[in-house]
Design a protein around this ligand. Structure first.
Ligand code: CU
Length: 480
């Protein structure tokens, strides 16, 4: 609970981004006695004949002392908590060989990746305990910060919660030449944020009550790459942070105490057209953002990344300690990439998806809970479609919908999409690039457009609040 402020007050539980209070009226005190920010290692690979890169992942049980003197039972890939960073280039042929050493079935899903359906790692690619599964794909998409995590039926929340997640970073021919920091672990730093609940004995408790299943499982600490309030020594210059909200259901509003602004350069699926200057950043579960924090602009010895939750907690997530020669102020490049528009006129169809709490703790899309044996939507390979998503758990939803003011986070497999509009208005610049997950505040209506032109096969769309996903807020689409 150290370095955390708990706020209460029902009046704050109101709609939209106003659920986040203005963070950081506290002084930028350093975090005393903290451990260094762990950096997930880059996973080594074997080169096969023909150049295919073969990576090995093993999901296993472990334990870690997140809280000194208290041992926590965890799950991890190739280690006790989280997993290594898998780093590949556009054009690579990749096999990831996954061994399941857990006691339960699992899968590994490549969130945001353009991969064949049978390598997607969705609920149909279950790996039984003791078994091994190969994901086999060619990297065809642009540079981006993606991630991987389990996606088995109804146990995704628990397995991710206990530690199964890692980053998948894609480089391409453009990404090295943009003048962005790219020294991994030094000035190009992964930041995996996960709100977690520890009990008095330091154990992860994952026993969602009915209310937790409806609203999401929140916590009392935030882990950053698996550490509580760690610190990171950084150069006194621009530092790129690859931020993932890896929480189960917690929305995060991120600010920097000691830096009045920062620059977002990439969203879920890759670079934005040009850097966007921000004072805060909101990420729902599953979303990523790459930002440049320019530590040449701070005179102090410490900048604290604050993470404020929609459960009204404010955490000191990580303390950055700039050191060394002050570099000149970072000049954002005029442009990063060209983000090609998908014209609405190209769309052959508009589909509608209503996200809504159902009976009990069941969660629905278009009134249905997930059924492995039901195909919800059939698409034609090569088609462009507009999907209109509405969060009915808002004001004015009637008896069923109006009871809850519940955000949702809509994720589509197989594609990166563009947001056409949010409640009829064009998205803000930081949401105008490639996305695979979009936050819907209560009552929101969001239209997205995508080309379903990669592979035939069965893929998922779902709420990325994992308690909602596990309780049925998921559907299947077949590209044929
Ligand atoms: Cu949801």
């Amino acid at each position: 609970m150290r370095a955390m402020t708990t706020m209460t007050g029902k009046s704050l539980r109101i709609l939209g981004s106003a659920v986040f209070m203005i963070a950081a009226l506290l002084p930028a005190a350093g975090i005393e006695g903290s451990e260094p920010l762990p950096i997930p290692p880059i996973l080594e690979f074997e080169s096969l004949r023909g150049g295919t890169k073969l990576f090995y992942l093993e999901a296993d049980e472990g334990q870690r002392e997140f809280i000194p003197g208290k041992s926590t039972r965890t799950l991890g890939y190739n280690g006790d908590y989280l997993g290594p960073t898998i780093r590949v280039r556009r054009g690579d042929d990749v096999i990831v060989r996954v061994k399941n050493s857990l006691r339960n079935p699992t899968t590994v899903h490549w969130h945001g990746a353009d991969v064949p359906a049978d390598s997607d790692g969705g609920p149909h690619q279950g790996i039984a305990p003791g078994e091994t599964w190969d994901a086999d794909f060619r990297v065809r998409q642009q540079a981006a910060t993606l991630w991987y995590h389990p996606h088995f039926v109804e146990t995704t929340g628990e397995q991710v919660y206990k530690g199964l997640a890692g980053l998948l970073i894609i480089d391409d021919e453009n990404s090295g030449g943009l003048g962005l920091p790219m020294d991994y672990g030094v000035d190009d730093v992964p930041v995996i944020l996960q709100e977690r609940k520890f009990d008095r004995n330091g154990r992860f408790t994952y026993r969602p009550s009915m209310s937790d299943q409806m609203h999401g499982y929140f916590g009392n600490e935030i882990l950053v790459n698996g550490a509580i309030s760690p610190h990171k020594d950084v150069p006194r210059g621009p530092v790129r942070l690859r931020i993932l909200n890896g929480s189960n259901s917690t929305l995060l509003r991120i600010t920097f105490d000691g830096l009045s602004e920062f620059h977002q350069v990439a969203s879920d699926g890759g670079f934005l057209e040009r850097p966007v200057t921000l004072t805060y950043l909101v990420l729902s579960p599953g979303e990523r953002a790459e930002v440049i924090a320019d530590f040449s602009r701070t005179t102090g010895s410490s900048v604290v990344m604050k993470a404020e939750t929609n459960g009204q907690q404010i955490y000191d997530a990580v303390e950055f300690r700039p050191a060394g020669i002050r570099q000149s102020a970072w000049e954002p490049p005029e442009s990063l990439v060209t983000v090609e528009d998908i014209p609405e006129s190209e769309a052959s169809k508009t589909r509608r998806f209503a996200m809504q709490s159902g009976m009990g703790a069941r969660m629905t899309i278009n009134g249905k809970v997930m059924d492995m044996d039901r195909i919800d939507e059939r698409l034609r390979l090569g088609d462009t479609e507009i999907w209109e998503i509405v969060n009915r758990d808002g004001m004015g939803g009637g008896m069923m919908g109006g009871m809850m003011n519940q955000p949702h986070s809509f994720h589509v497999h197989a594609v990166q999409f563009r947001i056409l509009d949010i409640n009829g208005r064009p998205p803000p610049a930081q949401l105008a690039g490639w996305k695979d997950t979009v936050l819907l505040w209560p009552g929101d209506r969001v239209r997205i457009i995508a080309r379903y032109d990669s592979y035939k096969g069965l893929y998922m769309y779902h709420c990325h609040l994992l308690e909602h996903e596990d309780n049925g807020m998921m559907g299947q689409f077949l590209i044929e």
